[in-house]
Write a protein that binds this ligand. Structure first.
Ligand SMILES: *[C@@H]1O[C@H](CO)[C@@H](O)[C@H](O)[C@H]1NC(C)=O
Ligand SMILES: *[C@@H]1O[C@H](CO)[C@@H](O)[C@H](O)[C@H]1NC(C)=O
Ligand SMILES: *[C@@H]1O[C@H](CO)[C@@H](O)[C@H](O)[C@H]1NC(C)=O
Ligand SMILES: *[C@@H]1O[C@H](CO)[C@@H](O)[C@H](O)[C@H]1NC(C)=O
Length: 203
């Protein structure tokens, strides 16, 4: 190769690498998944697995951002469909939690808890809803709108935010026994170090 074409070749490589790295860095869905693991302390799923689950549920979020029932239903399917390697661990955790909560069932309780949790997170979910509505109304494509949503979510969902919502929820909606089961089994899905919510005294 001549010097000039070598140079052009190197420049092309450098440009392509730069474009790829920009594309990767601006994948806010992936950044959110990484934040869940590295900052919020999720241990049950890897960032790559979370990214897959998010991407699976996203079309429903874009299609029906106000239909909570539809979104929860698809999110559940996405979790089940993408938990292949975690199925056994999840099943054993499910059995252990239920024996701790007996005679209650965690899935039944979770359905009841959806209402208070939705209320507690209303400010943020309203912001997200507004973002997606405005974006759709402007004729922006699905993936671009979802990327904007992840930018908003990633900035808002800090460890302090999760801790605040968690504390309010525990204090108003959990019995002493339910809280004890939560604190006992939560470490199997996340690192609870640093969450004040895990060290409350419930009477
Ligand atoms: C919300 O989604 C559910 C499940 O897909 C559907 O049955 C229901 O009709 C939807 N509700 C509204 C208000 O569109
Ligand atoms: C989950 O997997 C089933 C079976 O393969 C499929 O029919 C369904 O569409 C999947 N659901 C989602 C939300 O990906
Ligand atoms: C959660 O707490 C709120 C406020 O005290 C109460 O209105 C609601 O009924 C509770 N919900 C559940 C499922 O415990
Ligand atoms: C759990 O989180 C704490 C606080 O963020 C951190 O210092 C610690 O290294 C984490 N532990 C593990 C096992 O990741």
């Amino acid at each position: 190769m001549q010097e000039s074409s070598k140079m052009r070749f190197h420049l092309t490589i450098a440009t392509v690498s730069l474009l790829i790295s920009i594309a990767v860095c601006t994948d806010n869905r992936a950044a959110m998944a990484t934040k869940c693991v590295n900052t919020l302390g999720i241990t049950f799923y890897t960032a790559a697995q979370l990214n897959t689950i998010f991407a699976c549920a996203d079309p429903q979020v874009y299609a029906t951002p106000t239909n909570t029932t539809a979104m929860i239903s698809v999110a559940k399917d996405c979790i089940i469909n993408n938990s292949g390697s975690k199925a056994i661990a999840a099943l054993s955790l499910y059995a252990n939690i239920n024996s701790c909560l007996s005679p209650d069932d965690i899935l039944t309780l979770a359905t009841e808890w959806a209402t208070p949790l939705t209320k507690l997170t209303k400010t943020l979910t309203n912001k997200c809803l507004k973002k997606i509505k405005t974006c759709k109304a402007a004729g922006t494509a699905q993936e671009a709108c979802l990327q904007k949503l992840y930018t908003l979510a990633k900035a808002a969902i800090t460890k302090a935010y999760v801790d605040k919502i968690c504390k309010k929820f525990v204090k108003q909606n959990l019995s002493k026994a339910q809280y004890a089961c939560g604190v006992k089994y939560a470490p199997q899905v996340m690192n609870i170090t640093g969450y004040k919510c895990a060290t409350l005294t419930i009477s």
